[in-house]
Write a protein that binds this ligand. Structure first.
Ligand code: AMP
Ligand code: MG
Length: 351
């Protein structure tokens, strides 16, 4: 049985305390964060952590991000870190930011997919922070979605996939950001973005003067090489239907070009401003073309909505990969299994 608590109008500290103790005692709680919903377990309880992998159908070598409520908890689970890492932590925690650090022995490798490092995040969402504090232990929490699917960003999507499996769900409305955290690992003194998010490369440069974006952010991982972020090996964020991503930074006939790809029973996912411009069966708006934050917030819900129409083909209109757009394009490239057309280059990839 799954019990749902609604915290949208009121957050009861007694319930938080209760849920915190339940997590500590091995129960699984889906809770809101500012990025996406997380499915959480006590990191020190191997059986609870195992249930997360089981419920999601997640590969065991795909590490979980560990969520903390304060820096004391951080120092309990990682070894002392460098100056660059400290600056990043001071600047971006709490917030939509995960840093990979060397783990202490108390963090078992079943949490970290066998790695000696652990990804740590301190959410800014008030419910998440209070819950972790009430639990008194760090909470391992991947995104609340079946492996391979878009992350859960609202109660309906989460409930569909996990009702009857997890012990508790906290409903706190739509996630503010809608895309998962920026994951950074400092390598040879330079922050390397393994997964882009709301914290952009520009934000990181402002703090430490340097940043690299890992090759796998906009390209498929080369499985013959060492993979820095195991999550990139797996299919992710994908709709059921065959999907094509089309994008252009400056092409004036972009919209016309898209029309060439429409087949019967196509669903286009694109900007609100374009919703009447195509002769296709379904159109799902992901928000204004001028508002990347809105698109981040709505993109996963849009993909799930498109899927619910059971189209034969989905076309997603891409955005610029600058600023917050980098995170959106990273997810869309993976959602489409790198089946994309860049109209500017007129280069076709694998359609
Ligand atoms: P999710 O839990 O679904 O938000 O995905 C977590 C992401 O963080 C995955 O892409 C992981 O590969 C990445 N990640 C977590 N921990 C580590 C780690 N220790 N080293 C590298 N990447 C990590
Ligand atoms: Mg995920």
């Amino acid at each position: 049985m799954t019990k749902v608590y609604n915290f949208m109008n009121e957050m009861d500290q007694e319930v938080i305390n209760f849920l915190g103790s339940e997590i500590k005692n091995g129960k699984i709680v889906i809770f809101p964060t500012e990025t996406v919903y997380g499915i959480g377990a006590n990191i020190f309880d191997p059986f609870a952590v195992d249930r997360i992998f089981d419920f999601k159908g997640r590969a065991n070598d795909n590490p979980l991000i560990v969520h903390i409520s304060d820096k004391i908890m951080l120092n309990d689970i990682v070894f002392p870190y460098s100056d660059v890492e400290r600056k990043l932590i001071d600047a971006f925690m709490p917030g939509p930011f995960t840093i990979i650090l060397n783990k202490r022995d108390c963090v078992n490798k079943y949490v970290t997919g066998g790695l000696n490092t652990v990804g740590v995040r301190m959410p800014s969402n008030i419910v998440a922070r209070k819950l972790i504090k009430a639990a008194g232990v760090p909470i391992a929490a991947p995104s609340a979605n079946l492996s391979g699917k878009p992350s859960g960003t609202n109660i309906d999507d989460v409930y569909d996939e996990f009702n009857g499996k997890v012990d508790y769900i906290i409903d706190y409305g739509d996630s503010d950001i809608g895309l998962e955290s920026t994951v950074v690992k400092v390598i040879d003194g330079i922050p390397v973005i393994l997964r882009p998010g709301k914290i952009t490369p520009e934000d990181i440069i402002e703090v430490v003067g340097a940043v690299k974006v890992h090759d796998t952010v906009l390209k498929p991982a080369d499985l013959n090489e060492k993979v820095e972020s195991p999550g990139v090996k797996y299919k992710h964020y994908a709709p059921e239907a065959k999907t094509l991503l089309i994008y252009s930074d400056y092409c004036s006939y972009f919209k016309e070009a898209i029309k060439n790809y429409i087949i019967p029973n196509t669903c286009i996912i694109g900007p609100e401003e374009w919703k009447n411009d195509f002769d296709c069966k379904y159109y799902v708006s992901y928000g204004s073309e001028n508002n990347l934050s809105e698109i981040s917030k709505k993109i996963y819900k849009s993909i799930r909505l498109a899927d619910s129409y059971k189209p034969d083909f989905i076309i997603i209109v891409g955005v610029s990969d600058k600023g917050e757009g980098l995170a959106i394009m990273n997810r869309l490239l993976r959602a489409s299994s790198y089946n994309f057309v860049n109209i500017d280059k007129f280069r076709q990839n694998k359609v």
